[in-house]
Design a protein around this ligand. Structure first.
Ligand SMILES: [Fe+2]
Length: 336
């Protein structure tokens, strides 16, 4: 009797252990709020699931929408990870207490220090390069040098810019404020304004305006140009690496942080570590023609064709810290 009882008890334990393992693995998931979802599917998430068995559930929205949602949901949120574009948005989420500190040797090794939060609440996963673009049929690269030189008289009536109300340009000015101070940045912006820039509502439309001859030079994120070139290799616009004799070309990030109320924190940290690793970086960056944040990983072939460049290593956290100052500065300088 005793032996029989012991055997059935052991059988029960084995059975339950097996059930527990099965239910644990089927419950292994991580929930993302992602502002990158409009760029299409993320093959890197699928590769993560194949590798770890952890399912990735993505809920999309604009950067502003998912920030508001995360804030409204508080500790009831199902989001474990916030994935968003622009360091200004990540900085703002951290400032509102929506992101938790992560200490990870892997993330510290894979993400350069200027592309992550000094306090470990967010990490850059792709690099977004915002530089000068020019019409290859009307402009020679030796006529170009710095962002500031777009304020020279030769570009009067030939410059296209995105509005100063867009976060990409606010972050551009904000990182320059951190680096060079407000007076210098205001001088640069006043130069652009003197050239009566056409204010255009999207980076893609700026590139199309340059191609069509509506303007000859502009400032845009390179992934938009790569997208157009992937469709039409003859598209007559090229990037020019700005400020190479000075601080280098302006960079921003898309990146991620673990939420303050994550229910699946270990899975969330594992996902971030995977996305920053050499194994995943190409897939994650190439999907949107961005540069890998991890400097050990080569960029997409279209981007490699543009050659290498020196990037501004001012910490991208400045995009958040000086965002309000950048908005005031643009107003003062008459940059719409
Ligand atoms: Fe964009």
């Amino acid at each position: 009797m005793i032996r029989h009882g012991l055997v059935s008890c052991m059988a029960f334990l084995v059975c339950c252990a097996a059930m527990l393992t099965a239910s644990e693995s089927s419950a292994a998931e991580v929930n993302l709020y992602s502002a990158r979802s409009h760029y299409g599917s993320e093959p890197a998430f699928e590769a993560f699931t194949r590798k770890t068995g952890i399912r990735v559930n993505t809920f999309g929205g604009s950067g502003q929408e998912i920030f508001e949602r995360l804030r409204a949901e508080g500790d009831k949120t199902r989001a474990d990870v916030l994935v968003t574009v622009d360091a200004g948005n990540l900085w703002n989420a951290a400032r509102h207490g929506l992101l938790a500190r992560v200490e990870s040797a892997a993330l510290a090794a894979d993400v350069p220090a200027h592309l992550r939060d000094p306090e470990g609440r967010w990490f850059g996963l792709t690099l977004r390069v915002r530089t000068i673009v020019y019409g290859t049929q009307r402009v020679r690269p030796d006529q170009l040098s710095t962002y500031e030189a777009l304020g020279a008289p030769r570009w009067k009536g030939r410059l296209c810019l995105r509005s100063s109300s867009h976060i990409y340009n606010q972050s551009l000015l904000a990182t320059w404020i951190e680096r060079s101070g407000e007076a210098k940045v205001e001088e640069i912006v006043r130069g652009w304004v003197r050239n009566d820039p056409a204010i255009i509502a999207s980076d893609t439309k700026i590139l199309e305006a340059v191609a069509a001859g509506q303007c000859d030079v502009g400032i845009a994120n390179t992934y938009y140009l790569a997208r157009l070139l992937a469709k039409d290799p003859q598209f007559p616009v090229a990037p020019f690496w700005a400020d190479q004799a000075g601080a280098g070309v302006h960079v921003n990030i898309s990146g991620a942080g673990v939420t303050a109320h994550a229910q699946n924190r270990p899975q969330a940290v594992a996902l971030l570590e995977y996305l920053a690793s050499p194994e995943a970086q190409s897939a994650f960056a190439d999907g949107n023609f961005e540069y890998p944040a991890n400097p050990r990983v080569p960029a997409h072939a279209i981007l490699r064709g543009w050659g290498t460049f020196r990037q501004d290593t001012t910490p991208v956290a400045a995009a958040g810290e000086f965002q309000a100052a950048a908005v005031r500065l643009a107003d003062r300088a008459g940059y719409r």
